[in-house]
Design a binder for this molecule. Structure first.
Ligand SMILES: Nc1ncnc2c1ncn2[C@@H]1O[C@H](COP(=O)(O)OP(=O)(O)OP(=O)(O)O)[C@@H](O)[C@H]1O
Ligand SMILES: [Mg+2]
Length: 313
């Protein structure tokens, strides 16, 4: 391309902490190497302190929520300048509420585990539609036998609990974000569910101990890999280089269709989500939006690269 031709400007309106990750660095390196794009980093100071009118103008925008991110402000900027959005902003609100995630998945006909909502306005609020017995909970007359899964409605809260039946000795397993080499812990004495907040109860789907992590780049491309579920024993398996062990996975045609639908449903070109393969079917149990494969060799980047070349911005 001739030097005089105008480059396509790609604004990066993302918290610096996220921009500095290795996969993001690779994307910018490749965009730069292609020659047709000029990448403009907004930076935290501009994002947090400057009015949107003085934010840089760009043709395309990479913008996604992370902790401390002013999503509404970014939306106002996008409404003002109307750049091509790689991941749309408004649907990113949904990603913080597991109830809204499941509702959106269902609207698009994407299978989710059987679930029910227990919503409390105040901590420990007594609810006439919620019954707890030793081996099940009942929500609006619908029973969930143990083992069942209890997830906070707040999708940023990763304290997920699984309750086991008395026939198996009872107890509860708490899953959490990795702390060193652990991702879950079993509490044999806990038999009662949490009552201080709002939760989703869902059927425990037996998977044989693996999660399938899927990463889309537009509706036509998805990379998938499997990792040991935190439900197994809570011991994180790591390679000698310290990265979590992941196994190659080929998606079935039905799963590829689900990946396409997730990407479209949430209007997030770059979108990570979790699949549970259970009893010959697959269910989506979590949608994360913009996220990356954690390994250093990153096949997703090839996808980003191809998708970027095809973008009509
Ligand atoms: N219905 C279910 N049946 C069986 N296992 C489940 C179910 N829901 C979740 N899990 C297990 O719990 C793990 C965590 O659940 P989920 O992905 O919904 O939570 P999260 O905290 O939002 O995860 P992430 O860390 O990916 O953001 C899943 O990876 C899966 O291993
Ligand atoms: Mg998950």
């Amino acid at each position: 391309m001739a030097e005089t031709e105008k480059k396509i400007t790609v604004g990066v309106c993302v918290m610096e902490k996220k921009v500095l990750s290795a996969p993001m660095g690779q994307i910018f390196d490749r965009l730069h190497a292609f020659g047709e794009f000029e990448v403009i980093h907004f930076g935290d100071k501009v994002i947090l302190e400057e009015p949107i009118e003085s934010w840089p103008v760009c043709d395309c925008l990479i913008a996604f929520y992370s902790s401390g991110y002013p999503l509404e402000k970014a939306e106002a900027y996008a409404a003002l300048r109307k750049p091509f959005l790689v991941n749309e902003l408004e649907p990113q609100h949904l990603l913080h509420d597991r109830r809204k995630v499941y509702e959106r998945l269902e609207i698009f006909g994407i299978p989710v585990p059987r679930y029910a909502l227990v919503i409390r306005e105040t901590p420990h609020e007594q609810l006439d539609y919620f019954v707890e017995e030793e081996d099940f909970v009942e929500v609006h007359g619908v029973r969930f036998w143990k083992p069942f899964v209890e997830k906070p409605i707040d999708a940023d809260n990763h304290h997920i609990m699984i309750y086991y039946p008395s026939s198996a000795g009872g107890g509860m397993k708490e899953l959490f974000r990795k702390v060193g080499n652990r991702s879950s812990e079993f509490h044999p004495e806990v038999r009662r569910v949490r009552r201080e907040g709002s939760y989703i109860y869902e059927e425990f789907m037996p998977t044989g101990g693996t999660d399938v992590k899927v990463y889309t780049v537009g509706p036509e491309y998805a990379h998938a890999e499997a990792r040991k579920s935190p439900v197994v024993d809570g011991v994180v398996m790591r390679n000698p280089d310290g990265k979590e062990v992941r196994y190659p996975v080929l998606l079935t045609p039905a799963e590829k269709e689900m990946a396409r639908e997730v990407c479209i449903a949430f209007r997030q070109s770059v979108c990570g989500f979790d699949l549970l393969r259970s009893n010959g079917r697959s269910y989506v149990c979590d949608v994360n939006g913009w996220s990356f494969v954690k390994n250093s060799h990153n096949p997703l980047l090839d996808g980003v690269w191809k998708a970027t070349l095809n973008h009509p911005c």
